[in-house]
Design a protein around this ligand. Structure first.
Ligand SMILES: [Ca+2]
Length: 436
């Protein structure tokens, strides 16, 4: 594979080629690219381009949106999911352990599920533990099954900070706005540190459940001799894939990539740091993942079976451990990255497949915890370029409050889960719909 990193400015239609200190001769650079494309085609050698965007270069293509307040006074919103049952209700996870319903644009007072007593006690000022994941079974309308991921205390003296558990619940047969309290635990993951818990749950169109797990926390993926991300014998630093339909508590899909190897058979891909949010593009079936960076770079990956996304060898497009001359053989690099000059913690989002904003169709909408909204757009040579998602009423892509998460409704419209004051018990959470 030939790999080349390009700045955002390059070779994008309707935009003047930038002349920067880094690229004094863009014409020459374009000639090199054309030559590489021809040679890679000639030699049947896949060519990978990555847009290395540290500035917002999409001024000419600016798409303007608005944010419509849907609900506020939410406590530490972590997830917005839909049940896919035709009701178009929105289900909001609150980090301390409740799931609330927004029905017909109104937040219901009575929670869908309240498991605050099961979720471990979390620090009111900052904590990454809590209720972190929710996904409804593809056949939820008929079977009422849904899955959550949350943190519970470790057993005293076991050396772990806490456990994250994947559990199955069911809706009440008499009240669609109320879940039963019965719980089946599918998976228990011992976590050495408080942070990098992952927790994203998504069903693919293949009917399997995909689970994002962070690297175990601390900093620099410091657990184990090669870190957790590169260790195929632990769940941490992975996206997992399981079948929740054939056996209890679950089974391994027969085409998982590490079956029969010295590895956990649940692993779909590895080398992740904290894949806090990933999602399927309903149109292409591709998985887009925002993998949170360490100290310098945030990245977006397209997730594929069995691939190694690099952490802790690399942070984004850069060597991390070792800090120079790292071995990049076999690593799959991000489709886009940005430095901490731009943001500090990527919040993965969704490829837009809604109807309200046609110009966003096929673009990957995401955010940064610092309050910025962005989108990636694929150009005609397969480069994903990053642009600010300009919010009209605010006059910026920076909405000025923390972005915890994004979500999608049954119609493909996208929501932003925000919080004005930090801390999982702050009631300053608010949900906004992205509109035209
Ligand atoms: Ca990576």
């Amino acid at each position: 594979m030939i790999f080349i990193t390009l700045p955002c400015d390059i070779n994008h239609k309707n935009r003047k080629l930038a002349i920067s200190k880094n690229l004094p001769d863009m014409t020459k650079q374009n000639s090199i690219i054309v030559a590489l494309i021809i040679s890679s085609t000639f030699f049947n050698n896949p060519l990978t381009f990555v847009a290395n965007c540290n500035t917002n270069n999409g001024v000419d293509d600016k798409i303007k949106v608005n944010l419509e307040l849907v609900a506020d006074h939410i406590t530490g919103p972590t997830v917005l999911a839909n049940a896919g049952d035709g009701s178009n209700r929105l289900f909001i996870c609150e980090q301390p352990g409740t799931i609330k319903i927004i029905k017909d644009n109104k937040l219901l007072a009575e929670p869908f599920l309240d498991i605050k007593s099961r979720v471990m006690s979390i620090n009111p000022f900052y904590d990454e533990r809590g209720l972190l994941g929710l996904a409804f079974h593809p056949n939820y309308k008929n079977n009422g099954r849904f899955f959550i991921y949350y943190s519970i205390p470790s057993v005293e003296g076991d050396g772990y900070n806490h456990k994250n558990i994947l559990c199955e619940y069911k809706v009440s047969s008499s009240n669609p706005d109320k879940a039963l309290m019965d719980e089946t635990i599918l998976m228990t993951i011992n976590e050495p540190e408080m942070n990098h818990d992952g927790g994203q749950l998504c069903f693919g169109s293949d009917g399997y459940l995909y689970i994002g797990v962070g690297d175990g926390g601390g900093a620099g993926d410091r657990h184990g001799t090669i870190g957790n991300g590169q260790n195929l014998n632990v769940f941490q630093g992975k996206i997992l894939r399981i079948d929740v339909d054939k056996e209890k508590p679950y089974s391994i899909p027969p085409d998982n990539p590490f079956i029969g190897k010295d590895a956990k058979a649940e692993i779909w891909c590895y080398g992740m740091r904290n894949p806090w949010k990933f999602s399927f593009d309903k149109q292409s079936g591709k998985i887009f993942c925002g993998d949170v960076g360490q100290d310098k770079y945030e990245e977006v990956d397209i997730i594929e079976k069995g691939k190694n996304y690099g952490w802790r060898i690399m942070e984004g497009l850069h060597c991390y451990n070792p800090s120079t001359n790292c071995n990049q053989d076999g690593l799959t690099l991000p489709i886009s990255e940005y430095s901490h000059d731009v943001g500090n913690c990527i919040i993965g989002g969704y490829v837009y497949n809604g109807k309200k904003i046609p110009e966003l169709k096929g673009k990957y909408i995401f955010g940064d915890w610092s309050g910025k909204l962005f989108y990636l757009s694929s150009d005609n040579i397969g480069l994903w370029l990053r642009y600010p998602l300009f919010v009209n009423t605010i006059g910026s892509e920076n909405i000025g409050i923390n972005i915890n998460s994004l979500g999608e409704d049954e119609n493909g419209e996208i929501y932003v889960l925000t919080q004005k004051t930090t801390g999982p018990k702050s009631t300053s959470g608010a949900i906004y719909r992205i509109t035209k």
